[in-house]
Design a protein around this ligand. Structure first.
Ligand code: UTP
Length: 478
């Protein structure tokens, strides 16, 4: 179709959907710019646009709460009785067997913009380990390599990027020689984007010929896995279970045989790890049974009365917080996509660069001026036939690197301390004396490479390789 015809078609649609302002600078664009702009407009899903604007942009009403919200049962981090102990042993055996048969792959979602951390580059390239300054990507790669050696099968690693960081991430992996993994075992794919809106529901222009867009949230992974061919790739490789994690958690245990085993024994379609919240209002999603279905209700949506409700022993009724660690069946993702599913959107009011329609100037706003829409992966939980939760221990598995040190506790300094503390506790359990300062804090720096141990149990077999540790020592075990 000629460019004039495409313009006419787009112009009619934009008029109909009250977005004609996107063509404000048409007369100033060269041929490439015109083509660029039209391509983006042609890709817009006009059918869902009105509903999106109405339901999510203009509506200020809070999430509609389910009629019945109840606490949800979980598997405790440690077995509580002989029967459970037997079940956990069997689950670990099954999980290990599935890992050694290559039935499980890793999926990291790394498409986020990482704005709070303020790091110039994809978050996965952020250096985090306390001694060797390995980046998050390197750390995960080494864990996957070590798992491959432990279970006798080289697991595949799926990495979700967004169009905003895809090329950078591909380059990082190439430049680092895939961190010692085989290139053929890594599948990098892109998630989709959503356009950004002004507070009154107009799509923003980032440039005169470019719509403002942002990644469509980690929930976008469920569509992108299918669209990119990752699911077909898994099927061809006999992979049945996806171990899902976020790029900003250096304490992740990527392949946990207990979690995998419990998921499979319970015939769950999507399972979650959870931790006991640090307090009623901790800013994590709350696991609930909502009208009988597993659901995560965001901290901002759970009424304070429920958040603070206590059991007779003083513990919180809604005590389980989400840490974005899941096992997802490949067949569940296939089923969702075959049914043309849609996850709800969550709206975030943010500062978004835009081109002012009057002056044509690019504006960096001082206060939030626009809306980004995202979907969240945990909103697929109510769609799963069955779903279980395994509680985990925060100090073992969760140290999110989300923000700058000046902004809050989920920062790299805290995460590094938590990494050292976890490794120190692994060594202490094996009988190693950890030097402490008078105030009880750890008086050395420890880093354990995944090649040395990927979990507490691995340390036992390496006992003879651990040196004595003195105050002030910097110890790296590999
Ligand atoms: P966050 O919600 O912490 O967002 O993502 P973020 O983009 O990393 O950081 P901020 O909010 O801009 O500071 C949690 C995880 O989900 C991934 C992120 O990469 C991170 O692993 N994610 C988030 C995506 O893969 N895509 C998205 O669209 C959003």
């Amino acid at each position: 179709m000629k460019i004039e015809e495409r313009y006419e078609k787009c112009s009619r649609l934009l008029q109909e959907y009250k977005q004609k302002h996107l063509l404000t600078f048409w007369g100033q664009l060269d041929e490439g710019g015109k083509d660029n702009l039209l391509k983006q407009i042609e890709e817009l899903d006009f059918e869902s646009l009105d509903e999106k604007i109405h339901q999510y942009i203009k509506s200020s009403s809070a999430m509609k709460l389910p009629a019945k919200i109840e606490p949800v049962p979980e598997y405790p981090a440690l077995p509580q009785n002989a029967e459970q102990e037997k079940k956990y042993t069997e689950a670990k055996r099954l999980g290990s067997e599935l890992l050694s048969k290559g039935k499980v792959a890793a999926l990291v979602v790394a498409g986020g913009q990482g704005t709070r951390l303020g790091f110039d580059g994809p978050k996965g390239d952020f250096a985090i380990t306390p001694v060797k300054n390995k980046t998050l990507f390197q750390l995960f790669a080494e864990m996957i390599k070590a798992s491959g050696e432990k279970y006798g099968f080289e697991q595949r690693w799926y990495i979700m990027t967004s169009p905003l960081n895809h090329e950078q991430i591909q380059k990082i992996f190439k430049d680092n020689n895939f961190y010692g993994l085989k290139e053929r075992n890594i599948f990098i794919f892109q998630q989709g984007t959503e356009v950004n809106f002004s507070l009154d529901g107009k799509i923003l222009l980032e440039e005169k010929d470019t719509l403002a867009v942002s990644p469509d949230g980690h929930g976008g992974s469920l569509k992108a896995l299918h669209k990119s061919g990752a699911i077909a790739d898994m099927k061809a490789g006999g992979i049945e279970y996806i171990s899902y994690f976020q790029v900003d958690n250096p304490l992740i245990n990527i392949f946990d045989p207990l979690f995998i085993g419990l998921h499979v024994m319970n015939e769950s379609e999507m399972s979650s790890k959870a931790l006991t919240k640090a307090g009623p209002l901790e800013k994590v999603g709350n696991f609930c049974l909502a009208d009988g279905k597993m659901k995560i209700i965001e901290y901002s949506d759970l009424p304070a009365k429920l958040a603070e409700k206590k059991n007779s022993d003083g513990s919180l009724v809604f005590s389980l917080g989400s840490i974005a660690i899941h096992i997802i069946n490949r067949s569940f993702v296939e089923k969702l996509n075959a049914a043309g599913f849609a996850l709800p959107y969550h709206k975030a009011v943010k500062k978004i660069f835009y081109v002012d329609l009057q002056s044509g100037q690019k504006i960096e706003p001082e206060k939030p001026n626009g809306i980004k829409l995202e979907t969240f992966v945990f909103d697929a939980l109510p769609l799963a036939g069955k779903s279980i939760i395994l509680e985990t221990i925060r100090s073992e598995e969760f140290a999110p690197v989300k923000e700058d040190q000046s902004e809050g506790p989920d920062n790299p300094v805290v995460a590094k301390k938590m990494m050292i503390a976890r490794w120190a506790s692994w060594l202490a359990q094996a009988g190693v004396e950890i030097p402490k300062k008078p105030d009880g804090s750890i008086d050395c720096v420890i880093e354990i490479a995944p090649s040395f141990a990927i979990c507490r149990e691995d340390i036992e077999k390496r006992k003879d390789k651990i040196p004595q540790i003195k105050s002030g020592d910097v110890v790296y075990l590999e």
